[in-house]
Design a binder for this molecule. Structure first.
Ligand SMILES: Nc1ncnc2c1ncn2[C@@H]1O[C@H](COP(=O)(O)OP(=O)(O)OP(=O)(O)O)[C@@H](O)[C@H]1O
Length: 572
């Protein structure tokens, strides 16, 4: 068993290291020494997760529940916890302080000094890494009547059995806010280093399994040989391949010579897994939305002739003429948990398939696009209801692509995709093998980190939202502005509801919100601004759409905003 105190020490060390190479050194040492039973979970937890990415499962613990547990464990009032939150602005620090005060008040004079001397990383709690993981998993699994109090009890147990420093990290993990600067790249490199396997092999195994814990376990057990045997599996979603923007069709053809051109549909990504009669549908965030889309399940059952397959496509909400409806409509379908039948009648879907990852026992991801498409067309019945393989044109002629682009826009879609016909499918990669061309509209994907209660008629609604971009060097969110004006009452109601469980702290009318929801925001211009931590502000920002299909890891970075600012000033 590895003590959780060792994990907390690891977090402290890593937080104080600026460079990723050193982080890799430190984490790979930890991986070498951790128990087999705790190897995989250490990989998840160091990234602030409990479950491997492919499960799409989240702990889903509201901040208020955590504060209740903390208040009970520390024996101090909820009000006091909220005051601490205002002072520290951070749930980890609040936990540390709340529990330190508790320990002080309960300790005798001499034990107080013992604790002080041993403080920070020194004093040891009673928990192992596995204990913490198991309790958090229990919290995630609790459901139904009594689940709330069960969750509070489990957290309370974790807090009371750990030192303040350990509890600080437990709180951050529980709210999915660990953010010590370790992401998938560093975990991947650490596995390679710890178990002496080339990074490229670890990378490939991760792409196909979507589970760094499992890859670490395989690497430890059987090195390169074992991880080379890992393959894509039906019913385990893999990350979707993504696209880069191209400024012009000509530029794309200059890169590619010959290109595969198809419409960029305005809908939501869907990864379809079929094993015999069992069909599962996953979103871009790898959430299982099978139950919300019974119509799509029946379309797949009817159209796909392969026994087993993993297919990639875009689900589009359509009107009675087959034209695409607004993006929010397809998201309504994806989110729907009740009254699914009626909603599917009101908002029909058409699925446009454009790729194939696996069919009848064979992985296709390493094969060229043309071969994948050939097989895809061979396993989907033409003329089937609600689902089709999209049209793909292979051409060397930018003019032909321009015509397809115009046709796509005329049909109400976003533009075109220009793909490298010889390229493999690279899960989770955004590279030059897929380029997208759509009309220029400057938007940014930003995360909501705060808000403000409205006044007057909007008293009980969150009336404006504080937005942040991501600083991927310092690993922090940077506030860049707000949106509020122009939002309808109906939308504000829906948003207030969506954010109600994400409120971490309140100060007067101001709210601190757990960074989870992504807004796509349009604006007139990016300006330099000393008023915001990002150093930039958006002129006339307005909400285009809530990007429920994107995770907070996918928001735009300060680097990109700097580049956009410079590009914008060059144009003038
Ligand atoms: N024919 C197609 N091939 C691939 N992706 C397509 C196609 N049609 C629509 N798409 C959608 O376009 C997305 C690829 O663009 P990108 O990787 O930039 O995602 P994005 O960041 O969501 O971009 P955007 O905001 O432009 O949709 C895919 O995730 C998919 O949902």
């Amino acid at each position: 068993m590895t003590q959780f105190s060792e994990f907390a020490d690891l977090c402290i060390k890593i937080e104080n290291i600026p460079g990723s190479l050193e982080m890799t050194d430190v984490f790979s040492e930890f991986l070498k020494n951790v128990d087999d039973d705790e190897l995989a979970v250490s990989c998840y937890m160091v990234m602030g997760e409990i479950f491997p990415a492919w499960t799409g499962k989240k702990l889903g613990l509201g901040p208020n529940l955590l504060y209740s547990a903390l208040s009970k464990a520390a024996g101090i009032s909820l009000d006091k916890i909220k005051t601490l939150l205002r002072e520290t602005g951070d749930v980890g620090e609040t936990t540390y302080r709340a529990l330190s005060e508790d320990k002080k008040s309960q300790s005798t004079f001499s034990s107080f000094f013992e604790e002080e001397n041993e403080s920070d990383s020194g004093s040891k709690g009673k928990l192992s890494v596995r204990d913490v993981y198991d309790r958090l998993k229990e919290i995630a699994d609790a459901s139904g009547k009594g689940a709330q109090s069960q969750k509070i009890k489990s957290l309370q147990y974790l807090f009371s059995e750990s030192t303040p420093v350990e509890a600080k990290y437990i709180s951050r993990i529980a709210l999915e806010e660990l953010r010590i600067g370790i992401g998938e790249g560093i975990v991947r490199d650490s596995i390679a280093k710890a178990f002496d396997v080339p990074v490229s092999n670890v990378e490939f195994a991760f792409m196909v399994t979507n589970d760094l814990g499992e890859v670490a376990a395989a690497a430890k057990k059987g090195g390169i040989e074992a991880i080379s045997h890992q393959h894509i599996q039906v019913n385990r979603p893999v990350k979707m391949m993504l696209a880069q923007v191209t400024n012009s069709i000509e530029a794309a053809f200059a890169e590619l010579d010959e290109a595969a051109v198809e419409w960029k549909f305005d809908g939501a990504r869907l990864q379809i897994h079929k094993t015999g009669d069992e069909i599962h549908l996953f979103t871009r965030r790898l959430e299982d939305v099978t139950n919300s889309l019974p119509d799509v399940v029946s379309y797949v059952a009817d159209a796909v002739t392969a026994k087993d397959a993993v297919l990639d496509g875009e689900a589009v909400a359509i009107d009675e003429n087959g034209h695409p409806r607004p993006f929010q409509d397809i998201l309504r379908r994806f989110r729907r948990k009740y009254d699914v039948e009626n909603t599917s009648r009101d908002i029909p879907i058409h699925v446009n398939l454009f790729d194939l990852l696996y069919a009848d026992g064979e992985s296709y991801i390493e094969k060229p696009l043309t071969e994948r498409r050939k097989k895809l067309s061979g396993i989907v019945r033409p003329g089937a209801k609600g689902i089709s393989v999209d049209d793909l044109t292979i051409t060397k002629d930018p003019e032909a692509a321009a015509e397809i682009y115009q046709a796509a826009l005329a049909a109400g879609h976003e533009g075109i995709m220009i793909k490298n016909p010889n390229s493999p499918y690279s899960p989770g990669k955004r590279g030059k093998n897929w380029l997208k061309k759509k009309p220029v509209m400057d938007t940014l994907d930003l995360v909501v980190i705060g808000g403000e209660w409205g006044s007057g008629k909007r008293k009980n609604k969150i009336g404006s939202y504080v937005l942040a971009c991501y600083d991927n060097v310092k690993n922090v969110f940077l506030e860049i502005g707000r949106v509020g004006t122009g939002l309808s009452d109906e939308l504000l109601d829906a948003l207030t509801e969506q954010f109600s469980d994400l409120i971490e702290a309140e100060n007067g009318v101001m709210l601190k919100i757990k960074p989870e929801v992504v807004f796509e925001v349009a604006f007139e211009e990016i300006q330099k601004s000393p008023n915001y931590p990002a150093g930039y502000a958006l002129r006339f920002p307005r909400l285009v759409r809530v990007r429920d299909d994107k995770t907070v890891e996918e928001i735009d970075t300060i680097e990109k905003i700097e580049r956009m600012y410079q590009g914008q000033n060059q144009k003038e």
